[in-house]
Design a protein around this ligand. Structure first.
Ligand code: P6P
Length: 334
C-alpha cells in the first residue's frame, strides 16, 4: 500500500479535528465501520460459513429474512451497543427501536440502518450493501421512542453505505462532501481511494425495474418511453438501462459515472407509500447524493424535507444526476 494512503480512521480524525465535537462521532463511526468489516467477511465467505439461504422468518416489511439479514443486524447491534455513543438504534429488520442495554453507557446519537440491503441477491452472489444514517438524539431524551427517530433527512449528521461487491467499499458524508474508501483485506482497513466524489449533472443511463411499467404514473412512463425512443425520439440520444435490484450498488454506480435511479410511486405501491424506506434507505442515500451534487426527490418533493410519520415509512425515489432528475420532476409538475 503506497505510504500516502490514508485509513478511514485517520481521515475522520483529520476531518473532525477542527470541529467543536469531542470525537464522539468519530468513535461511533469507528464502531459502525468495524461492523461493516465483519459483515463484509461473512458475505465474502457465503456458504463456506453456512450464511446463505432463508432464516425462516419475516421482518415488519413482511419480507422473508435471509440468514445474512438477521446475522448482519446482530453484528450491528453487537458492535454498536456498548461504545457509549448511542441513545438508541433502529433497523429495517426490527419492528421497534432497540434500547441501549441496561448498564451500557449512553451517548447523544441515534443510529438507523438497513444491515443488508439487496439481500435477495445474496444467494445468487450479486453485490449487496449496508446503509446507515446518524441523527442527534433530542436533548434530554434518555430512552428514545419512535417519535424521537422521526426527524427529517435534513437533520442527519452523517450517512454512509458499505458496498460488498468485487471489492468492499465504504462511502461516507458528514455534511462536508462525500468520500469513498476501499477495504484492504490484507490489513483490514478501509483506505481513502475516492476523495471528494461528485455526481455528474448529465447522464444517459437510467435504472428502474421495468417489469413494473404497467403500474407507473404518467410522468415516469413518459420519461422512460422517451429514453427508450433513443436518438429517433424527443431526447435525440440513445440511453442505457441498468437494474441490479440492490440500491447500494445502483447509487454507487451513479456516484462513479452518473445516472438516475428510479423506484417511483406506482399503482401497486400507492397504499404503502412506495417501495424504499425513508429513514434508513432514501434519507441516507439522499444526504450522500446531495452532498455530491445530485438531486433526490419523490417526484413531488425533496426527500430530505419529508417530516417522517413512521419508522418504516416508504417513499417514492427519483435520485441521481441533477439535470435528469429535474427533468422528471418537471414532468410531474406539468
Ligand atoms: P425489486 C432491495 O430489496 C431493495 O430494497 C433495494 O435495494 C432495491 O433497489 C429494490 O429493493 C429492488 O426492488 O422490486 O426490483 O426487487
Amino acid at each position: 500500500m503506497p505510504l500516502n494512503r490514508k485509513t478511514v480512521t485517520h481521515f475522520l480524525i483529520e476531518s473532525m479535528r477542527d470541529k467543536q465535537g469531542h470525537g464522539n462521532l468519530t468513535l461511533l463511526l469507528n464502531d459502525v465501520i468495524t461492523a461493516c468489516k465483519v459483515i463484509s467477511d461473512q458475505v465474502n465467505h457465503g456458504e463456506l460459513v453456512g450464511a446463505l439461504g432463508s432464516a425462516g422468518s419475516e421482518n415488519i416489511q413482511g419480507e422473508t429474512q435471509k440468514k445474512l439479514d438477521v446475522l448482519s443486524n446482530d453484528i450491528f447491534l453487537q458492535f454498536n451497543s456498548y461504545g457509549g455513543h448511542l441513545a438508541g438504534m433502529a433497523s429495517e429488520e426490527m419492528d421497534d427501536p432497540f434500547p441501549i442495554p441496561e448498564g451500557a453507557p449512553r451517548g447523544k446519537y441515534l443510529l438507523l440502518f438497513d444491515p443488508l440491503d439487496g439481500s435477495s441477491n445474496i444467494d445468487v452472489n450479486v453485490s449487496v450493501g449496508t446503509i446507515f444514517s446518524i441523527l442527534k438524539c433530542p436533548e434530554g431524551v434518555e430512552d428514545p421512542e419512535v417519535k424521537d427517530f422521526l426527524q427529517p433527512g435534513t437533520t442527519q449528521v452523517c450517512a454512509g453505505y458499505a458496498l460488498y461487491g468485487p471489492s468492499s467499499m465504504l462511502v461516507l458524508t458528514t455534511g462536508n462532501g462525500v468520500n469513498g474508501f476501499t477495504l484492504d483485506q490484507n490489513i483490514g482497513e478501509f483506505i481513502l481511494t475516492n476523495p471528494d466524489m461528485k455526481v455528474v449533472e448529465d447522464t444517459r443511463e437510467f435504472a428502474i425495474n421495468a417489469s413494473n411499467s404497467r403500474f407507473w404514473e404518467a410522468p415516469v412512463k413518459r420519461y422512460v418511453d422517451e429514453c427508450l425512443a433513443g436518438v429517433e425520439g424527443p431526447r435525440g440520444e440513445n440511453f442505457n438501462m441498468r437494474w441490479i435490484a440492490s440500491m447500494v450498488a445502483e447509487i454507487h454506480r451513479i456516484l462513479i459515472r452518473g445516472g438516475i435511479f428510479l423506484y417511483p410511486m406506482d399503482e401497486r405501491l400507492r397504499k404503502q407509500g412506495g417501495k424504499l424506506r425513508l429513514m434508513y434507505e432514501a434519507n441516507p442515500m439522499s444526504f450522500i447524493l446531495e452532498q455530491a451534487g445530485g438531486v433526490c426527490s419523490t417526484g413531488r418533493e425533496r426527500i430530505m424535507d419529508i417530516q417522517p410519520s413512521g419508522l418504516h415509512q416508504r417513499v417514492p425515489c427519483i435520485m441521481g444526476s441533477k439535470n435528469e432528475v429535474e427533468r422528471l420532476i418537471s414532468y410531474h409538475d406539468e
